[in-house]
Ligand binder design. Sequence first.
Ligand SMILES: [Zn+2]
Ligand SMILES: [Zn+2]
Length: 181
Amino acid sequence: MRTHKQLVVYQSILEVLQEPGCPFCRFLKEYQAARLQSHSKENIHRLCNFHAWGLAAVQNAPAAAQVFIRLVDEPAEVSQSDSRCDICREVLAEEELRLREFVSCLARNDVSEWLRGSAALCIPHGLKLRRQVPPVLTARIDTIIESYRQQLAQDLEHLRDEKEPDKAGWGALGRAAEFLG
Ligand SMILES: [Zn+2]
Ligand SMILES: [Zn+2]
């Protein structure tokens, strides 16, 4: 969870296609960080463990404390029918939205160039996207996942064998975690 860098708020999946790694992961990571920072406090009623830790790591400690006070004061009832974490639910909805946005842009030049060239997709987003693209593109999606997998394996081996790995090489660990979802 990002705590020290400036928040980046993306408006479209097209903005992140040129960034390294899976664009959906990139987009959603920033979205999630922004939601944790700026969520209207009254709307958080339930947090999963992951997002509770995320909230504990945000910069605006007094605002986070306020949310925790309510959660600690009135823990949501376990029997409540909707037991989903509020942030998880938002991230899922945003993921749906971005997958649909991407599919609606398949005819664009920059998107088809990305698909043919520099594309990277993690396994979960690759599989989700695969279900939404026209059949003619599913083999392409498989190839993207597979070549990203090979690239990652190479980066990880490099990191393992390096005597004094430079910080940049460490990024492979985060990308591997992301890839597996
Ligand atoms: Zn992803
Ligand atoms: Zn959650």
